[in-house]
Design a protein around this ligand. Structure first.
Ligand SMILES: C[C@@H]1N[C@H](CNC(=O)c2cc3ccccc3o2)[C@@H](O)[C@H](O)[C@@H]1O
Length: 442
């Protein structure tokens, strides 16, 4: 019997995170929109690592913040805009320039599947207010203007045809079509958001459009929810769960409710006792940034390290790609996705469908990082940040057989005190973390 939610916080608080969201571990985030046309941001800092005397908003590395970065009237993006487009060029003028001739949703979905992703989260409306889906509530949308396509519907169908879950991102509290004062400090995200019931109803109604028309497996709201709409949230979330039984939501509803917590780059906290999700771009931006080239984005090894450390601590990794305006996925991003997929094809058994082991991640005296996952009674051990060439590592409080998932790893193991010493002779031909299975080891 399907559980019904009745529009109260009490009924919502009985909602449990469905198994699929615990099992899937790796998702692809997609930031694609009007901001992909100028595709510019300065390459500055990761969120959570901004130097104390610097201003994030006047030097925003998020290319999807282009409108605000120009609107603040100073800084690299403002200068770039004046130089490239001129002082009279308005952000809305990018609409007619946004042609999606290379948008091939089936190819995108195939790439995400090859990357080993189990879910996708696509931006439907970012803070700039331009909707990538047909909406009854605004003509500022991709079906009516610019691309003249239901960009969200096309990808939703393609992703589901590949057997992946489709999630949708919505910018709940920020919409610069309704409130366009420059945001120059963190609190402005809330204090300068549109304070009208009209906008709160707009966000509620568009969210219902997304739920009713696409039934997203993840409803990924960003930054916060309109204050004037907080009393309607229990109805919206009940409507969501009553229509999308497997649905999950994140923790960006003004702290009122969540299925899973989030971190973004280095910002936020994670607690392995609770399901959470790490989201970040491959570089410092979510939207495509044309000056962020191959040498400025994460290596495959570092991305696999992030996946392994996130998953072993009860998280999912939602890794962003920023397509070019025309729908091309940048080569440097595609290359990394395919390499991650190759690693997961060999080592995915230690990732997919696992749960947090009671054993916590550790760093041994040689600096090798040891991460654990479990699946029923079996234990998986993943060695990360390992040195080039041969090395040894002792896994404490372990006994019995230990088997590398990658047959290109040459190793021996022996009992060592109360643990097992693994002697790696050669691992050059493999990329990223080295995973072992310990049958019955949990
Ligand atoms: C996925 C990215 N989200 C950015 C906004 N981030 C947040 O509001 C935020 C980040 C964050 C980290 C931990 C807990 C809550 C949090 O909220 C948003 O401004 C970026 O453009 C991009 O869409």
């Amino acid at each position: 019997m399907k559980k019904q939610y009745n529009g109260t916080w009490e009924s919502l608080n009985s909602h449990e995170v469905p198994a699929w969201y615990h099992d899937c571990k790796f998702g692809i985030f997609i930031h694609w929109g009007l901001y992909s046309v100028p595709a510019y941001a300065p390459i500055t800092w990761q969120l959570g690592e901004v130097p104390i005397d610097e201003n994030w908003y006047a030097n925003n590395p998020y290319a999807e913040w282009y409108f605000n970065s120009v609107n603040v009237g100073r800084g690299p993006t403002y200068e770039h805009h004046i130089k490239t487009y001129g002082i009279d060029f308005k952000y809305e003028d990018f609409v007619s320039m946004w042609k999606v001739d290379n948008y091939k949703p089936d190819k995108w979905a195939e790439l995400f599947r090859k990357a080993g992703a189990a879910y996708v989260v696509m931006v439907t409306k970012h803070h700039d207010g331009f909707c990538l889906f047909p909406s009854k509530y605004t003509d500022y949308n991709a079906m009516k203007k610019g691309p003249k396509r239901d960009l969200v519907g096309d990808l939703t169908n393609a992703v589901r045809a590949q057997g992946m879950k489709m999630g949708l991102y919505y910018s709940g509290i920020l919409d610069w079509r309704f409130a366009h004062d420059p945001i120059i400090e963190q609190n402005d995200n809330f204090n300068k958001a549109c304070p009208t019931y009209e906008y709160a109803d707009y966000a509620y109604n568009q969210s219902c459009e997304l739920i009713d028309n696409y039934k997203p497996s993840v409803f990924w709201n960003d930054i916060g929810w309109p204050k004037q709409g907080e009393q309607n949230l229990p109805y919206l979330l009940s409507h969501y769960y009553n229509n999308v039984e497997e649905g999950v939501v994140n923790d960006r509803f003004n702290g009122l409710y969540h299925d899973f917590r989030t971190m973004e780059y280095k910002y936020g906290e994670s607690n392995r006792m609770e399901k959470w999700e790490m989201n970040r771009g491959m570089g410092l931006s979510f939207g495509y940034n044309a000056i962020e080239e191959d040498d400025k984005i994460m290596s495959v090894e570092d991305t696999i390290s992030l996946l392994v450390s996130t998953v072993s601590n009860n998280g999912n990794l939602l890794l962003n790609i920023g397509p070019k305006a025309d729908g091309t996925i940048p080569k440097e991003q595609e290359k990394r996705l395919l390499s991650i997929g190759q690693w997961l094809a060999v080592n995915g058994e230690a990732i997919y469908g696992t749960r947090c082991s009671k054993r916590e991640s550790a760093i041994d005296e040689s600096g090798v990082q040891i991460h654990y996952t479990k699946k029923k009674k079996d234990l998986y051990v993943m060695l990360d940040k390992v040195p080039q060439g041969a090395f040894e590592v002792v896994i404490p409080d372990l006994s019995g057989e230990i088997r590398a998932l990658d047959d290109k790893i040459f190793y021996d193991f022996e009992a060592f005190g109360t643990g097992v010493k693994i002697k790696i002779h050669s691992h050059q031909t493999s990329i990223g973390s080295i995973a072992f299975k310990v049958p019955g080891g949990e």
